[in-house]
Design a protein around this ligand. Structure first.
Ligand SMILES: NC(=O)c1ccc[n+]([C@@H]2O[C@H](COP(=O)([O-])OP(=O)(O)OC[C@H]3O[C@@H](n4cnc5c(N)ncnc54)[C@H](OP(=O)(O)O)[C@@H]3O)[C@@H](O)[C@H]2O)c1
Length: 302
């Protein structure tokens, strides 16, 4: 296994050019869910790709994919892993107090390595003062990318539909201060199909921001009904006050920035900042996005 930005080829090395060069399309996050789906769609479509991973042993074994060890927060390793890359798919890093600095380091490494086009997974409604606190970090990352001089495409993903079943506690209750606000949650599968469409032909999408949503606005009350019908588990929604939301999460012992992020996920819904279905998934993929009912049917009866 390589421990530097040198290739750590597993399985076939068909992703390499006849001169031994690495693919000029790089995909991050392939050991995770969204990046893994994107890498798999690209491999199925016959696209060679470089999988930038922190641990080569965990890279998915895909035809035409060459794992290369990299890390957002290690500028030297990141830059060497990105040499010769033309198009980079950057999945936002896992939540951490220093995530923004980590993103900045990786964007800077991409620019220093001569990457041409960066496709970044941002968040719906990202802005300097949006209610969802992590949405502000996504916006700051977008700004860093804009300032870098790289060509870019931003995928501003709404809340994952896939996450909704996980919001309910052991007692089946989804608790949060979302009021009767609604959101246009989108499935990871739809986001991955959009990302793959952009990565297959990036020049067409230069400078574009896509607002990726599901087909409809749903409240947490409605989500609880659909989850009950779709999973057989009795799920309900309890509308907390903001004070109750902080109190009910206090026992987790999480740092303040994390609790602020959790609570503001709900207050962003209450404020209407995750509402408003768009046609962007259809525009990029040619198919209607999944709603929660379709998503649950597929998850339980694939
Ligand atoms: N829209 C939403 O509702 C929503 C919800 C949750 C998360 N997100 C964001 O969307 C991203 C992708 O979602 P997901 O479901 O695919 O998450 P996931 O399954 O946790 O995968 C995250 C991927 O990013 C990689 N990664 C994380 N931090 C990194 C770093 N500092 N340097 C290099 N690689 C790093 C991970 O690598 P390792 O395997 O090495 O850890 C993993 O491959 C998340 O990371 C998060 O930022 C969005």
């Amino acid at each position: 296994m390589a421990d530097t930005g040198t290739p750590a080829v597993t399985g076939t090395d068909t992703g390499k050019g006849s001169d031994g060069s690495l693919p000029d399309l790089a995909v991050t996050g392939s050991t995770g869910q969204l990046g893994g789906l994107v890498a798999s769609i690209l491999a199925d479509a016959g696209h060679p790709q470089r999988l930038l991973v922190r641990d080569a042993a965990r890279a998915p074994d895909l035809q035409g994919a060459v794992p290369v060890v990299s890390a957002y927060a290690d500028p030297v390793l990141a830059k060497s892993s990105l040499e010769g890359v033309r198009t980079l798919f950057m999945v936002s890093a896992s939540e951490a107090e220093d995530r923004l600095q980590t993103h900045f380091a990786f964007v800077d490494a991409a620019a220093a390595a001569g990457v041409r086009h960066l496709v970044y997974t941002s968040f719906f409604g990202a802005s300097a003062d949006c209610t969802f606190t992590l949405g502000r970090d996504h916006y700051a990352t977008e700004e860093r990318i804009r300032a870098s001089g790289l060509d870019y495409t931003f995928l501003r993903d709404n809340f994952y539909l896939d996450f909704l079943p996980l919001l309910a506690g052991d007692d089946g209750v989804i608790r949060g201060p979302a009021g009767d606000g609604v959101m246009a949650a989108v499935s990871r599968g739809d986001i991955a199909r959009c990302a793959a469409a952009v990565l297959r032909d990036p020049a067409v999408h230069t400078g574009r921001t896509y607002h990726l949503t599901g087909p409809e606005d749903i409240s947490l009350e409605r989500a609880a009904q659909l989850l009950t019908e779709g999973t057989g588990r009795n799920i309900s929604y309890h509308n907390e006050t903001v004070k109750e939301a902080y109190a009910s999460r206090a026992s987790y012992g999480a740092p303040a920035w994390q609790v602020d992020a959790w609570v503001s996920t709900y207050t962003a819904i209450a404020n209407g900042e995750l509402a408003g279905p768009t046609s962007d998934v259809h525009g990029l993929t040619g198919r209607e996005p999944q709603g929660l009912d379709d998503f649950l049917k597929e998850a339980h009866h694939p």
